[in-house]
Design a protein around this ligand. Structure first.
Ligand code: NAI
Ligand code: UGA
Length: 464
């Protein structure tokens, strides 16, 4: 029986390895983490992350060929293949602070593998890492294991998006597997290919060299984020000219060379990875003495910040240049729909700007806990502290509760339940202060219908 260990039971390690267990019943998968609470949750009825379809998979395989544990060492000892799926956040201090990836978690996990392994291992980079990290891992593994154990390193970046993780994992566009171009490297690569091709067509399992594979992950995220920043930059021109960003995106997206996906204007992209990975690419470019390349990619992040700021300014300007003491209902706090994840959510920045303008912000999100919202708004660097949050934020349990008595509604996340067919906007209108404003930061509402009800509607990428 092939034995797989996954170090890191997070958004990537959990679902990606649970799907391997689900698709390959003869493979034993043990997902380990140092975080006891997270492992307890994986072993309970309430999984630590919300992802459509995940529960079914975990509940079906858990205790059969899928295990969650904090016994990292034993799982390493038993494994043939080890996925390293730990977090790689942006460095907060020291060299490269605010840009470079913090590789401390990768290094700790790698050292642990070197220290406890007693048999050959294939170590797989699943985390998103800077180009040539596999070289550092190899050096650590070889220098710290005096038992003459063979370690092969593969790069197998993950392309799942949150909210569609199970769909992306069971039916991916492609799987990338990079290896050293040596006979041993190819043998190790083939072992992983043999696992994925159990449910993914061979032609979608792409093999290449290690460094191409590592860089392709950063490149893919940078290109996706660049499309959003491009359409958001166009949304500003639309608002100023009377063009409609949905129409422009449609017109451009029907060109088969451009394609329709990832052209939805928004309040700005969020999520744990886009910004982090682009900054990582910016840092890499700077290290390689390519300042023009660094500046090119940095502009994608700058445009995203500008979009959030621009949207807040539009809110304040429209509400007669002051939001002091006005109740603003913020609908959605997650960085996108169908996830409870709030990492780098545009809603955090918008909320912080509105608090700095002394608004009363009433937040409702169907999947984000009250505790998480408070934690996000009091994080160092966000611009708001506990006193601000206590004075200016109320967290609500429904759209109707958040909107009652509000001067304005701001759509931050495109949850289906905020769409017109699921919410009674007539009832909401009646419960609001007049004039009642709606700022649609996700282009999910039918502005003409809302205007018929009596709302004043402002939509991103559209002028009134
Ligand atoms: N979240 C996403 O949608 C995607 C994330 N990625 C990448 O995957 C990597 C992981 O991301 P997430 O799963 O979102 O992070 P996460 O923060 O949800 O999970 C990482 C887990 O690793 C654990 N961990 C850290 N060091 C450890 C160690 N030495 N031993 C055992 N456990 C340890 C942490 O306790 C944590 O539970 C990152 O590099 C990220 O860029 C890639 C594609 C998608
Ligand atoms: O490396 C990662 O972490 C992952 O990052 C993204 O996935 P994710 O961040 O989960 O979600 P996306 O669907 O890409 O959305 C990211 C952000 O962009 C926004 N977005 C997306 C698409 C669009 O057209 N417009 C837009 O504003 C979303 O609302 C969200 O805030 C990528 O899509 C995944 O392929 C990648 O694996």
């Amino acid at each position: 029986m092939v034995n797989i260990c996954c170090i890191g039971a997070g958004y990537v390690g959990g679902p990606s390895c649970a799907v391997i267990a689900y698709k390959c019943h003869d493979v034993k998968v043990t997902i380990v983490d140092l975080n006891q609470a997270r492992i307890d949750a994986w072993n309970s009825d309430h999984l630590p992350i919300y992802e459509p379809g995940l529960e079914e998979i975990v509940f079906e395989r858990r205790g059969k060929n899928l295990f969650f544990s904090t016994d990292v060492d034993q799982a390493i000892i038993d494994a043939d293949l080890i996925f390293v799926s730990v977090n790689t956040p942006t460095k907060k201090s020291g060299m490269g602070a605010g840009m470079a990836a913090d590789l401390a978690y990768i290094e700790r996990a790698t050292r642990r593998i070197a220290q406890v392994a007693t048999s050959p291992k294939i170590v797989i980079e699943k985390s998103t890492v800077p180009c040539r990290t596999a070289q550092s891992m190899r050096t650590i593994l070889e220098a710290n294991s005096n038992k003459n154990i063979r370690f092969d390193i593969l790069s197998n970046p993950e392309f799942l998006a949150e909210g569609t993780a199970i769909k992306d994992l069971t039916n991916p566009d492609r799987v990338l597997i990079g290896c050293l171009q040596t006979p041993e490297g190819f043998t190790a690569q083939q072992k992983l290919v043999d696992i994925y091709t159990r449910w993914i067509p061979q032609e979608r399992v792409i093999t290449m060299n290690l460094w191409s594979s590592e860089l392709s992950k950063l490149a893919a995220n940078a290109l996706l984020a660049q499309r959003i920043s491009s359409v958001n930059a166009l949304s500003a021109i639309c608002e100023a000219t009377g063009a409609d960003v949905d129409e422009v995106a449609y017109a451009c997206g029907t060109d088969s060379r451009i394609g329709p996906k990832f052209l939805k204007a928004s309040v700005g992209f969020g999520g744990s990875c886009f910004q982090k990975d682009i900054l990582n690419l910016v840092y890499l470019s700077e290290q390689l003495h390519l300042p023009e390349v660094a500046a090119y990619w940095k502009a994608v992040v700058d445009m995203n910040e500008f979009q959030k700021q621009r949207f807040t300014h539009r809110i304040v300007r429209t509400l007669f240049n002051t939001v002091t003491s006005k109740r603003i209902a913020m609908l959605g706090f997650a960085f996108k729909k169908d996830t409870g994840d709030t990492r780098e959510s545009a809603a955090i920045t918008l909320c912080s700007y509105l608090i700095q303008e002394h608004a009363q912000v009433a937040i409702y999100d169907p999947k984000v806990s009250h505790k998480q919202i408070i934690m996000d708004l009091t994080e160092p660097g966000v611009g708001t502290n506990e006193t601000d949050v206590e004075k200016h934020v109320s967290i609500c349990n429904s759209t109707y509760e958040a909107c009652a008595g509000a001067d304005a509604i701001v759509i931050c996340t495109e949850w289906d339940e905020f769409k017109m067919e699921h919410t009674d906007y007539q009832k909401i209108f009646e419960s609001m202060n007049k004039p009642a404003f709606i700022f649609d930061g996700r282009l999910i509402l039918d502005a003409p219908k809302l205007r018929d009800i009596g709302f004043r509607v402002e939509t991103i990428g559209k002028s009134v």
